[in-house]
Design a binder for this molecule. Structure first.
Ligand code: NAD
Length: 357
């Protein structure tokens, strides 16, 4: 029997409600397939500030580093908006990314056929979309130095620095190729190599990595063209690898293809053992504690954990198929618009997924 240690970080707002449903789904998988998942729960974000004085403690970080995987709900909320910026709830996320060395952010964008009408694109454009967007998370413009503002003779000047090392590019792109091997064997590398020196290095390194994976096709795409292709013919993409800023923007664009923020899971992977899984949405304070939150993005994040961290492909697919089945049967949480659909709450949606499993 396989044993896995999972650190649960419910966080704030709807976090505890949605993580509860994902835990139930993991337990159901455990008893059906005979795996032992051991859960430990820790406070992060505003909840940790209130109880422990900071958004994440060293003990919590150490526990996450020692776990086989981490499942996070969401952090933040109006209660903590005005506190000292040094201990804001979001600092927990940076602490986790840094402490776990998470350099690759994976966002699958898959359109469940029952939800195709909820997309802002036409159903025939959206049919069959199944993209894995792999975004570099720790380098590029958001971290480059110098970063400054200074007076000039005529006004002011601000500087941000875009810098990438070959090592940073290599480890990220290699992850993308490894993922493509288990999918449709195509990698689209997105850059701005007609203008940027970092993108030219990105292309060179990507070509080198591609030579290690002769079974995977590589194409390069300029970021402006990629933004257009994502809404023109999104089904052409399999794995997309890109740097931090481009990934930040493209992942939100790609997210909209599916029609709802409550459906999208994500994974952040690093060099160490523990990867972190979380829905892409925030803590939704407007609906917290009302049994209205859509738990599916978190349940699908748990499925990503099974597939990527534990190599349990059959179990991961079973959760995804259960979600598909519940949606096809017409059940929706309030955030998912649908004619002739039955609106259910967080707990009921979780139960329906368990029954479909
Ligand atoms: P949000 O994603 O929390 O909410 C945006 C809108 O989407 C809200 O109307 C909300 O009700 C709805 N929504 C989000 N998730 C939903 C779900 N699962 N089911 C149904 N509806 C859902 O973004 P926001 O309002 O900009 O931010 C709220 C708080 O969350 C802020 O404090 C922000 O800093 C924080 N935040 C945290 C994370 C994270 O923890 N990773 C990410 C983004 C925002």
């Amino acid at each position: 029997m396989a044993e896995f240690e999972i650190a649960l970080l419910p966080g704030d707002g709807i976090g505890p409600e949605i993580v509860r449903q994902a835990k139930l789904a993991l337990e159901a998988v455990g008893s059906k397939w005979g795996h032992s998942f051991r859960f430990s729960t820790y406070l992060v974000g505003g909840a940790a500030i209130d109880e422990l004085g900071k958004p994440i403690t060293d003990e919590t970080l150490a526990a996450c580093q020692g776990a086989d995987a981490v499942l996070l709900g969401a952090v933040g909320g109006p209660k903590w908006d005005r506190i000292d910026p040094a201990i804001r709830p979001e600092k927990a996320l940076f602490g986790l990314r840094k402490g776990l060395g998470l350099f690759a952010n994976l966002r699958p964008v898959k359109v469940f056929s029952a939800l195709a009408p909820a997309s802002s694109l036409k159903p025939d454009v959206i049919a069959g979309v199944d993209i894995m967007l792999v975004r570099e998370l720790t380098g590029g413009l958001y971290f480059g130095e110098p970063r400054l503002r200074r007076k000039t003779q005529t006004g002011q000047e601000a500087v941000d620095t875009l810098s990438y090392t070959s090592e940073e590019i290599l480890r990220l792109v290699r992850r993308g190729f490894e993922l493509a091997r288990g999918r449709k064997k195509k990698v689209t590398s997105v850059d701005k190599a007609n203008v940027l020196a970092t993108s030219q290095l990105w292309r060179e390194i990507t070509e080198k990595v591609a030579a290690e994976f002769p079974d995977v096709a590589l194409e390069h795409l300029l970021v402006d063209n990629c933004a257009m292709q994502l809404v023109r013919r999104p089904s052409q993409f399999d794995v997309v690898v890109t740097e931090n800023l481009f990934g930040d923007i493209l992942s939100d664009e790609a997210a909209m293809l599916t029609g709802s923020i409550g459906m999208l899971p994500s994974a952040s992977l690093g060099a160490g053992k523990a990867a972190m899984y979380e829905p892409i949405h925030g803590s939704a304070p407007d609906i917290a504690g009302q049994d209205k939150a859509n738990p599916l993005a978190t349940i699908l994040s748990a499925a990503m954990m099974l597939r990527i961290s534990f190599a349990l492909e059959e179990e991961a697919s079973a959760i995804e198929q259960a979600v598909e089945k519940v949606l096809a049967a017409g059940y929706r949480t309030a955030d998912l618009y649908g004619e002739n659909c039955q609106i259910v709450g967080t707990t009921k949606m979780g139960q329906l997924v368990l029954e479909a499993l």
